[in-house]
Design a protein around this ligand. Structure first.
Ligand SMILES: Nc1ncnc2c1ncn2[C@@H]1O[C@H](COP(=O)(O)OP(=O)(O)OP(=O)(O)O)[C@@H](O)[C@H]1O
Length: 324
């Protein structure tokens, strides 16, 4: 078995390493042959994944052990996705990937899940591809955002407060801190959005999120109608909203109820062009992805993933027909 684990030992403020030690013990006990690699800094996950698949004729199983940033890097390392089958053991502070892709959130259960799926036909899931200004391009698996939410995500990820709060299991509160902080500083923008053949202009837009699965920011159900195998991306635009209502939005978003607010617009499509009047910060899966304009498209059924993700989800909330 061509099995590789890429571990971010710094995820979840170092708790990821403890999780890995437990996983490793289980692999040894079961006499499973594998290779392990540790990231030392941002970007290593991508380089390691690229090295694993480079020059190989056959598929390699690459299991990411860490948070959403780690799976994001592995995804980008194995593009164009013709040599790698990806698995995931959640060991980060947010773990939105496991939520959205039907992977157990408990690392021990996730290991059993992954091992049980090795050898089966992997499920092919959609990924998003983005092209920003210059070198800012790549793929995302969860979501891509611009504006207010990108500022929160990037500030939270780069903040020293996150490791501090993680020590007490309160990592999620770093998002609340930056939410409040940015609330008073953020300047809404005008977004010109082309989505497939449709054109929309949003004045006083706070943020725009493109989703491939429902969750982001550590369990916020930002796009309840997203499903990773439907060949579509959902665009959520929050515009013309008061600061008080923004706060309400970030409370209701955990249950996905924000979609009923009149300031929240949901659209669906395959090709998305975003142009803003102010330079806006971008994130891909919560990682910094540049500043400014960006073009996005879906790459349907691109990534081989060890998951039991259902091919359709009967429980998705119905979307207004005109918005499809
Ligand atoms: N050894 C390392 N030391 C510091 N940072 C690292 C290291 N390896 C990877 N990174 C970077 O750490 C960042 C966060 O990693 P990751 O997302 O996996 O964990 P997390 O932040 O705990 O989880 P989540 O994103 O789910 O909240 C990523 O940008 C990643 O590139």
């Amino acid at each position: 078995m061509n099995l590789h684990f890429i571990i971010n030992p710094a995820a979840k403020n170092g708790k990821s390493l403890k999780i890995w030690k437990r996983i490793e013990q289980k692999l040894i006990e079961r006499k499973i042959r594998y290779r392990s690699y540790f990231t030392q800094k941002r970007g290593d996950g991508k380089k390691l994944a690229r090295k694993i698949v480079k020059g190989r004729e056959s598929f390699s199983y690459i299991i990411a052990v860490g948070g959403d940033g780690t799976i994001h890097e592995v995804l980008n390392g194995i593009s164009p996705f013709d040599r790698g089958i990806v698995g995931y053991i959640p060991a980060g502070s947010g773990n939105d990937f496991s939520r959205g892709y039907y992977i157990p959130n408990d690392p021990d259960q996730a290991l059993e899940y992954v091992l049980a799926l090795i050898g089966d036909e992997p499920i092919l899931v959609d990924v998003g591809k983005f092209q920003g200004v210059g070198e800012n391009n790549g793929y995302f698996i969860n979501n891509f955002g611009c504006g207010f939410d990108a500022k929160i995500a990037v500030s939270a990820n780069e903040s020293k407060l996150k490791p501090f709060l993680n020590r007490f299991g309160l990592g999620k509160f770093v998002y609340v801190y930056f939410l409040i902080k940015e609330l008073f500083r953020h300047r809404p923008m005008t977004i010109n959005l082309d989505i497939d053949e449709r054109r929309e202009v949003f004045e006083r837009a706070w943020f725009l999120t493109v989703s491939n699965q429902p969750y982001y920011g550590g369990g916020m159900k930002i796009s309840p109608g997203s499903h990773p195998i439907d060949g579509q991306l959902e665009v959520i635009v929050v515009h013309g909203i008061s600061k008080l209502k923004i706060l309400m939005l970030f409370m209701t978003v955990f249950w996905g109820k924000h979609i009923y607010m009149k300031e929240v617009k949901i659209l669906q499509g395959k090709r998305i062009r975003i142009r803003t009047d102010l330079p806006s910060l971008l994130h891909a899966d919560g990682e910094y992805a540049g500043v400014g304009n960006v073009d996005i498209e879906i790459v349907p059924r691109a990534l081989s993933l060890l998951t039991r993700c259902p091919l359709t989800d009967q429980n998705l909330p119905a979307m207004n027909e005109s918005e499809r």
